[in-house]
Ligand binder design. Structure first.
Ligand code: NDP
Length: 487
């Protein structure tokens, strides 16, 4: 043993730091939210929502059917003209109230998001919930300035919008969708994901507390069939969807030939590009944040890591060392970096793709760690010797798995990064500003981060190219999909 190894051989570990849950007030059962009140679904169907870290049920959740979709549309339609006719600043006041109430209930919302979805508390507390409030604050500020967001043209709301959100950022995605829609004078029907309905239902409570007029927001928990019914229902003026490319395609086909406007935020296989002149330690932190944040359940995750050949071995060595320090386990523990996989189905999808990677000849390394006995878990994994044609280099894994490819020149990096049917995001790591701008301009990706990754801000537009969808959310660009230009 060298002297250095001897000096560093002490095992430093963290004491458990579980977040308290006794302040959370969850009901045993949640109905659907229509006309400003919770009610039983017409077919009286309820399904449990599970904690993916324990597989234990948390609450019974209503499953909205066709009759409930119709009732929500009728309610939203009746409320819309009055909501749109409110003085702009009054609409803003409601959004400010919702934002403040999210802040007041932040601790509870963070715990519930973690219980229902499996993400580490540190992330729901520091990212999801504050950003959800920030989106309401941001769009509250736009409510009386809409025409300035659309080149000073005269604008009008679209009417009733249906919004379908996924399970990876349940409250945050609800905020991304509801805040601009309401600011623009639309009324909205939100369909949360089957595995993570709870914070959307708490947001419905917040709408009540904010005394939001009845019918302005409805929440219809349920399954894919609820979403499909909402998409096809008459009386919807716009659908906003975030989720898989397959379902996005189905929605687009269902709406073809109809006057319903549509925005789709779909999957991705985003390239995170590390040039030899980058600050490599900083880049390694960015790689870790890019792919292991939220267990890799992130549409813009930096899942294709492109490293310049001259620094390939060095970056891989640093990354592998850093990965070994990631703490996987109880999402409610404040020290946890990687929590539970959201559902048994998602775990199976990850396992299938990882097996395909091994089968096709890529070299797999998974960190050694003790995984809890119950729940759905997948330890952070690194694939090297990946060819661009491998499934793990092409398909969205949506888990804590990064595939490494190398490149020699800037041109090759751009070509490889763009060689994807997706185009949602990218990262560039370099200390040369000119190089970063040149590469960013050449990338077909909606968001390009320089020397950072997974950095979200309500003032910045987010959205994709190619099979990653169309339409933008966030910032003034996020107003446009919820308005029509009148003159
Ligand atoms: P889905 O696209 O199936 O789910 C997204 C939302 O759409 C959920 O609310 C879902 O409801 C709803 N939905 C499902 N089917 C339909 C339909 N036919 N019409 C309208 N709405 C529908 O994603 P999954 O949850 O199945 O995840 C599958 C894969 O999709 C993941 O492995 C990942 O690769 C990708 N994904 C990408 C996301 C992104 O942000 N880009 C987010 C989530 C997933 P319900 O939950 O009840 O099924």
């Amino acid at each position: 043993m060298t002297t250095e190894q001897q000096r560093t051989s002490i095992v430093w570990d963290y004491a458990p730091a579980p977040e308290a849950t006794d302040h959370v007030r969850l009901a045993d059962r949640y109905g659907i939210f229509i006309d400003g009140a919770f009610r039983d679904p017409a077919e009286s169907r309820y399904e449990p929502t599970l904690n993916p870290a324990t597989e234990q049920p948390i609450a019974e959740i209503a499953w909205a059917g066709a009759a409930d979709v119709t009732a929500a549309i009728d309610s939203a339609r009746a409320a819309q003209p009055k909501w749109a006719a409110l003085p702009d600043r009054d609409r803003a006041k409601y959004l400010f109230r919702i934002a403040r109430l999210i802040q007041e209930r932040a601790r509870e919302l963070a715990v519930v998001e973690t219980l229902d979805g499996g993400k580490p508390l540190r992330e729901s507390r520091d990212v999801d919930i504050p950003l959800a409030a920030a989106h309401f604050f941001h769009y509250a500020g736009w409510a009386d300035k809409l025409r300035y967001g659309v080149n000073a043209r005269e604008v009008a709301p679209l009417g009733v919008v249906g919004q379908i959100v996924p399970w990876n950022f349940p409250l945050l995605m609800a905020a991304w969708k509801l805040a601009p829609a309401l600011a623009c004078g639309n009324t909205a029907i939100l369909k949360p994901a089957e595995t993570t309905p709870l914070t959307a239902l708490l947001l419905a409570e917040i709408c009540q507390e904010a005394e939001l007029p009845e019918g302005v927001v409805s929440v219809l928990p349920g399954g894919g069939d609820t979403g499909a019914t909402l998409v096809r229902a008459p009386g919807i003026d716009k659908i906003a969807f975030t989720g898989s490319t397959a379902v996005g395609r189905d929605i687009q086909a269902a709406l073809a030939g109809r006057p319903t406007s549509l925005t789709l935020e779909l999957g991705g296989k985003s390239a995170n590009i590390v040039f030899e002149d980058a600050a490599l330690d900083q880049a390694v932190e960015g790689i870790v944040n890019g792919i292991f944040f939220n267990q890799g359940h992130v549409c813009c995750a930096g899942s294709r890591l492109l490293i310049q050949e001259s620094v390939l071995d060095e970056v891989i060595a640093k990354l592998w060392r850093r990965m070994g320090r990631l703490r996987v386990g109880d999402p409610l523990d404040k020290n946890t970096d990687v929590g539970a996989i959201n559902s048994a189905e998602q775990l199976q999808r990850i396992e299938t793709l990882v097996a395909a990677g091994e089968g096709e000849g890529a070299h797999r390394r998974t960190i050694a760690c003790d995984l809890p006995e119950h729940g759905y878990w997948f330890a952070p994994t690194l694939f090297t010797d990946v060819s661009p044609a491998h499934r793990i280099a092409v398909e969205e894994i949506f888990g804590p798995v990064v595939s490494v490819l190398s490149f020699r020149t800037q041109a090759e990096a751009i070509e490889k990064a763009n060689n994807s049917r997706y185009g949602l995001a990218a990262g560039i790591w370099t200390d040369k500003g000119a190089k970063a701008f040149e590469v960013a301009n050449a990338l077909r990706a909606g968001v390009v981060w320089q020397n950072t990754y997974n950095h979200f801000d309500p003032t910045a537009a987010f959205g994709g190219y190619k099979e990653s969808g169309f339409g933008r959310e966030g910032g003034p660009a996020g107003l446009r999909p919820y308005l029509k230009v009148v003159r």
